[in-house]
Design a protein. Sequence first.
Length: 388
Amino acid sequence: MKYDFDHVTDRSGTNSLKWNTLQNELPMWVADMDFLAAPEILEELQKRLTNGIFGYSVLPDEWYQAYIEWWQSRHNLKFERQQMLFSPGVLPTICTCIRELTNIGDNVVLLSPVYNCFYDCILSNGRSVLECPLIYDGNEYRIDHKLLEWQISNSRTKMLILSNPHNPTGNIWGRDVLAAIGSLARKNDVIVVSDEIHCDITDPDINYVPYLAAASENAGNSVTCISPTKAFNLAGLHTSAIVIPDKTIRRRMKEGLHSQRIDGANAFAVPAAVSAFQKGGAWLDSLRHYLFENKQLVRAGLEAELPELKLIPSQATYLLWIDGTRVVTDNGLSLAQSIRKRTGLFLSDGAQFGNGGEGFLRMNIASHYSMVQDGLERLITAIKEMRR
C-alpha cells in the first residue's frame, strides 16, 4: 500500500470535537477520520499557507472543473458549470433549501433512521418533520413506498431530504428506487434535496448512483449536495458544492446563500477541493480498501463473540450500523451510554437518528487498525458485562 493508514496521529491540542472526551475514552462516534489528509492535498495547502496572506477568495475555473471531471469519471454523471454553486457545507445548504424553497409550517419528509442534524435543520426553521420509517427485516432496509407516496401527496409536504448513500445504515439506493422517488416527487411538486456527501466512501469496486443519474427527469426539481470533506477528511475546511439544474431553484438558492453571506469560500476551501479531486484518487482508493478491512474486522469479532449484536450489511460510508435491540441495558441508560460508562467506548446512540434507531449503535471505523481493534474489544467487554 502506497499510503500509511496505520500511522497514529495525536489529535490532542487541536480543538477536535471528536476527541473532546475524558481521559481513557475512545471516541468512535462523529463522522470524521483519524487519518492524515492525502499528502497531495497537504502539499497544496502548504503552498497556500506559505503565501501568508489570507484575504477574500474567488472561485477559479479549476474549482468547477475539478468537481465536473470527478463526477463524470467516477460516477458517470455530467453537469455544467452554470448549474453549480459554492457552499461552506451541506448543512448550511440544507438549511438554505428549507428557508428558500418551503414555507413555515410545511412538511419535510425524512427516511428514518437518518442523519440526526436533518431534524434540527427542519425544526429550527419552523417546518415540520414527516418521518417515513424504513422497513427493517432484521437484515436490511428498504423504503416503505406506500407510506412515502401517502406522505408526499400530502398538500403540506414540499420537500424530501434524501441521504444518498444513506447515513446511518450505509445503504446505497438503487437506480430504480431513486427514479421512483423522483417520479413521485415530480407528480406532487415536491423538491428532493439529495445529500451525497458520503458518496465516495464505498466498498472497493462498488459505486453509488447519483440522484441526478437515476433519471433525467430528476433534474427538474432537485438540489444535490456534494463535497470532498467526508472522503478526504476535510470537514474543518468548510467546502462543498451544490448542483441545481433548474434555473429558478438555482436563482432562489443563490439569493438565499448570498443573503446569509455564506456564498464565499475561505482561503483553503478551494485548493483543498481542487487538489482532492485532481490528485487524491489513488489515496482514496487505498483508503477504501483499508476501511473495508476494518469493517471485516468488526464483523468477524461480533459474529464470534457477540451473537446478540447484528452488524447491518452495508456498502457505503465508514459508519457501521449495529442492531443492539436484543441487549438489555441497566439503570435506565441507553445501550450507547452503558457501553461508554463501562469501557469508555463512545459510540453514537441510534435513538438520535429518529424513528427506528432505538437500540442501535453507530460506530465510526475511520481510524487506524489498532484503534478499531481496541474499540471492538471494548464493545465486546461491555456487552459481556451486561450479560451478568
